[in-house]
Ligand binder design. Structure first.
Ligand SMILES: CC(C)(COP(=O)(O)OP(=O)(O)OC[C@H]1O[C@@H](n2cnc3c(N)ncnc32)[C@H](O)[C@@H]1OP(=O)(O)O)[C@@H](O)C(=O)NCCC(=O)NCCS
Length: 443
């Protein structure tokens, strides 16, 4: 169903508590029915308070469906495991952007367009050099992506379909180049230019790992596993960063600025930073002998310690992304000869315990997507500082698909939430000499 079509509507079967308190219930293709409260304030004089928007739909969308209880993740109706096993990242990017998988002809054209937009304006290199050498790659990515609007002035009529297409191509094509530039800069190596003879994922890997002084060899198992990671990270319906992109975009802001805002949101440790946390946890554990003590700590009710990479807010069964990545993780460990790497051995021991220990089983604390993506990234050589940056590259297709869906939805309005005001009631202005000391909130 396209987002502009009106889903079946029926009247609320909730008990009516007063005049006008009878709202349409919208029936989705999948997922919970939703009460349409657009006229709530107009009809009743009250609003809703929903901190964290846990019960509030913010849009109609036909991109991604998540069912945490049943462990389902589908992009445009297709299961994540089938997509990972049978497509490459650009197939999935096309699917998210355009509603269905590309025909061979559409794929060839898309591949060509993305390939030939992968260089960035050379002046952006000077912009990059303005950052401190030790800047975090995510700080550089926020700045460089926002700055794309300063380097590419054309194609910015957001109500023109051709302009939106150019923006989509530029962003998907340039994001790996920007991420790799940020990384190379942080380690003092020369920037590696994109190569047009390589597919999207291989090209991203060569920009991260190649050096000018020797030929670069790709490991096919590494490419397959990285492709799988990028696909499972490409979208996850209304998460914090996607909502951020929609929210910023609702003011009709420049699309590069919208994606930069998404990157900023993803940077937070509660969102895109979690797979970095998995590796940090493993480093803290230090060695396999320390695992029992760590498990004991994780189970201790009086200790707030959490084992990173286990459990999920939405998925209360095995995360479908973790399920499919697990296979690629084992394949890549084998292919890179890393099964005996002490850190990765420790991770596999944690996985074994979590899948067999009653505490974890009863609470449905399965290894999550960050657990396996963290291990894959570590195995193929992506440094910790780049974990969130590569996630931003992957999520770009999802962000643009949502931005495009939002901009083309005639029902869209600038985001303007309500608040429950709990501050002072009216008070008269106090002259300086009569003011009493109070504890500053920020100072
Ligand atoms: C993701 C997460 C925030 C979900 O939390 P949640 O849905 O709110 O679940 P709760 O916090 O209610 O936890 C339920 C129970 O499992 C325990 N638990 C949850 N995650 C745990 C973990 N990683 N390690 C140890 N215990 C954990 C809680 O202590 C709680 O135990 P109790 O019922 O005895 O009080 C949580 O699992 C977590 O912090 N995981 C680690 C961080 C992580 O990997 N994040 C990436 C997610 S993709």
């Amino acid at each position: 169903m396209d987002p502009q079509s009106t889903p079946d509507a029926k009247r609320s079967s909730l008990p009516s508590t007063g005049a006008g308190n009878d709202f349409p219930v919208l029936v989705p293709t999948n997922g919970p029915e939703m009460l349409d409260i657009a006229d709530l304030h107009k009809n009743t004089g009250v609003c809703t308070l929903d901190i964290g928007l846990m019960n509030t739909g913010i849009c109609k969308s036909s991109i991604t469906y998540v069912n945490g209880d049943e462990g389902i993740l589908r992009y445009r109706g297709y299961s994540i495991d089938e997509l990972v096993d049978n497509s490459d990242y650009l197939d999935v990017a096309w699917l998210l952007l355009n509603g269905d998988l590309p025909t061979p002809g559409q794929k060839a054209e898309f591949q060509h367009n993305i390939t030939y937009h992968s260089m960035v304006n050379e002046q952006m290199v000077f912009f990059l050099r303005g950052f401190r050498r030790d800047a975090h790659p995510m700080a550089v990515m926020c700045g460089m992506t926002g700055a794309l609007s300063a380097f590419y002035h054309d194609g910015l009529d957001i109500f023109n379909a051709d302009d939106r297409k150019i923006v989509a191509h530029r962003l998907i094509a340039k994001m790996p180049t920007i991420a790799a530039m940020a990384y190379k800069y942080s380690i003092g190596q020369p920037m590696v230019y994109p190569r047009n003879d390589l597919d999207y994922v291989s090209n991203f890997m060569q920009m991260l790992f190649a050096v000018p002084c020797e030929p670069f060899k790709l490991n096919p198992a590494g490419v397959r596993a990285f492709n799988a990671v990028l696909i499972v990270q490409a979208d996850h319906e209304q998460n914090a960063s996607t909502f951020t992109v929609r929210s910023v975009g609702s003011s009709r802001a420049n699309p590069y600025a919208c994606i930069a805002a998404g990157i900023a949101s993803l940077w937070g440790p509660l969102h895109g930073g979690a797979n970095e946390g998995v590796l940090q946890t493993l480093n803290e554990i230090g060695s396999i002998e320390n695992i029992p003590a760590v498990i004991k700590r994780a189970k201790d009710k009086n200790d707030p310690y959490r084992l990173m990479g286990f459990g999920h807010r939405v998925y209360k069964t095995y995360d479908p992304r973790a399920k499919v990545l697990r296979r690629y993780c084992y394949e890549v460990l084998e292919a890179y000869g890393k099964k005996d790497d002490p850190l990765l051995k420790m991770a596999l021991e944690l996985e074994r315990i979590a899948l067999n220990d009653d505490f974890f089983i009863e609470r449905k604390l399965y290894p999550n997507v960050d657990f396996y993506s963290g291990l894959i990234l570590k195995t193929i050589g992506i440094p910790l500082s780049m974990f969130t940056a590569q996630f931003a590259v992957a999520r770009t297709a999802g962000w643009i698909a949502h931005w495009n869906e939002m901009i083309t939805d005639p029902a869209v309005k600038i985001v303007r939430p309500r608040q429950l005001y709990v501050g002072s009631d009216f008070r008269p202005f106090v002259p300086p000499a009569e003011r009493t000391e109070h504890k500053p909130l920020i100072g």
